[in-house]
Ligand binder design. Structure first.
Ligand code: MLT
Length: 202
């Protein structure tokens, strides 16, 4: 997969794995990552799908309607890429924290829904429920931050609450940070994620 790897100054800090939103690239979240954990190594991916020229991590049939077969295929592709990248760059495979926005939060959520021990934690900005009707792996004590908007037209407040319940039922410790905005990623949401990260993952 197309990506950037930047080695951090603190080998013990989690490596941040970045997943951009629709139309983003592997550069989109680099500044945000520095605000969350300036000393961390960063592995930032570009989604393999193009929708009208816009990179994404999996196909969709319409806005908010996922192509489930492609989501499953692409989730496995990312999972395997993390193993390959860990071997190539020598970062600790067991100390990865995802940061995803929108479509990127959805692929990160899908990784968590499908694979045990894939991530040590995650910051999901404006995620949806990636799949319904499957049994989640044991997520005991996995810290997950969800940034949500009370007026988000793509990820409704109910869907955010549904995602929170599914993750909690699987054992994850979930914190939801609400903004009174829509789907955009706000500065105060990033600040809240940075505080949460220091408390839960450093
Ligand atoms: C998605 O397709 O993952 C969601 O609708 C979010 C988006 O990318 O707009």
């Amino acid at each position: 997969m197309k990506h950037i790897f930047e080695r951090g100054t603190n080998k013990g800090a989690p490596t941040l794995v970045l997943f951009h939103g629709t139309g983003g690239t592997e550069r989109s979240l680099l500044t945000l990552a520095k605000r969350i954990s300036p000393e961390s190594s960063v592995l930032s991916l570009r989604g393999n799908i193009l929708e009208n020229g816009m990179p994404r991590f999996f196909r969709r049939l319409a806005e908010g309607v996922f192509d489930e077969a492609d989501l499953i295929f692409r989730t496995k592709e990312v999972y395997e890429f993390l193993d390959t990248a860990a071997a190539e760059y020598g970062f600790d495979r067991d100390n990865l924290v995802a940061i995803g926005y929108s479509n990127g939060a959805n692929i990160a959520g899908s990784l968590i829904f499908h694979h045990q021990n894939v991530l040590r934690g995650a910051i999901l900005n404006h995620p949806m429920v990636p799949r319904r009707g499957i049994k989640l792996p044991d997520l005991t004590d996995i810290p997950i931050f969800i940034g949500a908007g009370t007026n988000d037209p793509i990820c409704s407040a109910q869907e955010t609450e549904e995602l929170q319940s599914l993750l909690r039922e699987a054992g994850a410790s979930v914190e939801v940070h609400w903004e009174h905005f829509g789907h955009q990623l706000t500065t105060s949401e990033v600040d809240a994620a940075a505080v949460w990260f220091k408390k839960n993952l450093l």
